[in-house]
Design a protein around this ligand. Structure first.
Ligand code: ZN
Length: 155
């Protein structure tokens, strides 16, 4: 199994999305996984579910996924947009991630389970993720990831 096929499976990407590139950044301890789709792919309007041609793509986005061993795994892609005759230009729904959230749903689920088990207080929350400067890192209450996770718990 090659790296693209492996990450296609690990990330649960289904056709027409494919992994087009897997890059290992050893100093940053990151694996960067780029996902794309063929230009001819028909895409559904998120409001009407009407199948349309891809109009263009929104800016590149990154989603933090579950780590691969000690490496932070980042999914990278440009969200396709459709030009629906009824609803105008719309970003399509990305499977595995919610709009405007920088984490995959699997990462959110993991973080929520950690939060529920650790019952965070006003002290910084420590998630078991390896970082370059040590075996653990802290997320303080004012950090954007913590805020996003709290919003996810509220959903
Ligand atoms: Zn529509």
């Amino acid at each position: 199994m090659q790296d693209k096929e492996l990450y296609q499976h690990i990330l649960g990407l289904t056709s027409p999305s494919t992994v087009s590139e897997v890059k290992l950044n050893i100093p940053a301890e990151e694996i960067l996984v780029r996902a794309e789709h063929p230009a001819s792919t028909k895409i559904c309007c998120p409001e009407s579910q009407k199948e349309l041609a891809c109009y263009d793509h929104a800016e590149e986005r990154r989603w933090w996924h579950l780590d691969s061993s000690q490496y932070k795994t980042i999914l990278i892609g440009c969200v396709p947009r459709v030009d629906c005759p009824d609803h105008g230009v719309k970003n399509v729904t990305v499977p595995g991630a919610l709009p405007h959230i920088r984490f995959t749903i699997m990462f959110e689920r993991f973080a929520i389970e950690v939060l529920q088990l650790t019952k965070p207080s006003k002290e910084p929350l420590r998630l078991p993720t390896v970082m370059p400067d040590g075996p653990l890192f802290s997320i303080s209450l004012c950090d954007a990831p913590y805020t996003a996770i709290c919003l996810a718990i509220a959903r």
